[in-house]
Design a protein around this ligand. Structure first.
Ligand code: UDP
Ligand code: MG
Length: 335
């Protein structure tokens, strides 16, 4: 069996067998400058854990892991205080701001030996805490990965709704197998966490990797509410950069498109050449000036766009070959 095959096999571990009856659930919460909202976040999520324990569908050892993604405000101080005052809160602090995906990944890798299933959920309580219970139910019924999927996008602005739709469509046309209207709200069981740990790439597009892991999946639909505290940590620039990373870290299809575009231009070029030659022999050469100028500009931009896309891939190779660690944990509160 070659290496790529063995990567997708569940890894044998020395841990106890996964408990699906009364699983230990870890809620992994990435936090970037979330000082105002964390108290409320822990109250609500802690309440959900308590309820599940009461109903007998989760172990009373279930916990919340707050991942401070190199915040510039007092987030880590708040996490320390919450850890000191509550038994269900743990925390890790990343040395730098590494972005939501890496913060979630750091959290998942930290909890994978401590839980039966981990659920990644935003700190701003936009992801429905109710859906957490539903996810655990699906896990108990046998699902290994449960995707939180937005039932509607009515709370979004017209621009956000349509740009998101366009982006999903673009990704699918590029050959990515992603779940529509699913973001980072999902449950992963211990086996899928072990498989995720085997992915060595630094450009980690979790949404794209999930379906690639395979295993039994289920969907839970929920209504995404508005942010309760603070503001979004995603600027338009950051969103765009995540989108570009998502596609370029997964597929080389844009390169194929450049090739197709080249072929198309060759055809156009034949027609243009005929036109230019006819104009020349009829003595209208000077009137071709505008068409030449047009094609010069057009070709110039095509060449630039093409170089940009190729550069995007070379940049990826550059980062991947360095094999830098994705994050460095500065401090841990895991007891
Ligand atoms: N987040 C993070 N690192 C970042 C940006 C965001 O850990 O660099 C966290 C943030 O604290 C929140 C979650 O990722 O818990 C989602 O961010 P946000 O709510 O700003 O995104 P939106 O809901 O607006 O898409
Ligand atoms: Mg949010």
């Amino acid at each position: 069996m070659d290496k790529s095959d063995s990567r997708l096999q569940p890894q044998t571990t020395t841990k106890a067998v996964m408990d699906r009856e009364r699983p230990v659930i870890a809620l992994v919460v990435p936090c970037y400058n979330e000082e105002e909202g964390l108290q409320q976040c822990c109250d609500v999520l802690g309440g959900v854990l308590e309820r599940m324990t009461g109903e007998g569908i989760a172990s009373d050892r279930s916990f919340i892991l707050l991942v401070d993604d190199g915040s510039r405000d007092r987030t880590w101080d708040v996490i320390r205080a919450l850890h000191a005052s509550r038994t269900d809160v743990r925390g890790i602090s990343l040395a730098h701001n590494r972005g939501q995906y890496n913060a979630i990944f750091a959290g998942l890798m930290t909890v994978r030996s401590m839980c039966d299933a981990a659920i990644s959920i935003d700190a701003d309580l936009q992801d429905s805490p109710e859906a957490v219970v539903e996810m655990v139910r699906r896990f108990r019924e046998g699902a290994d990965i449960v995707y939180g999927v937005r039932a509607s996008r009515e709370t979004d602005s017209w621009f956000k709704r349509n740009s998101a739709r366009a982006f999903y469509r673009l990704q699918r046309s590029m050959g990515l197998d992603i779940v529509y209207d699913h973001s980072e709200f999902r449950l992963m069981d211990r086996t899928s966490l072990d498989i995720l740990a085997e992915f060595g790439e630094c450009n980690l597009y979790l949404r794209g990797i999930m379906p690639y892991i395979g295993l039994r999946s289920a969907i839970v639909r929920y209504d995404r509410s508005a942010r309760t505290t603070g503001t979004t940590k995603y600027s338009l620039g950051k969103l765009l950069s995540v989108s570009i990373d998502g596609i370029t870290s997964f597929t080389a299809k844009p390169m194929r498109l450049i090739f197709m575009l080249g072929l198309l231009l060759l055809l156009v070029d034949v027609a243009v050449s005929v036109w230019v030659l006819v104009s020349h022999f009829r003595g209208y050469a000077i009137s071709g000036w505008s068409s030449i100028m047009l094609s010069l500009w057009f070709l110039g931009s095509v060449v630039l766009i093409s170089l940009g896309i190729i550069g995007e891939y070379i940049g990826k190779i550059f980062v991947e070959v360095k094999r830098r660690p994705r994050y460095n944990i500065a401090e841990s509160l895991l007891d």
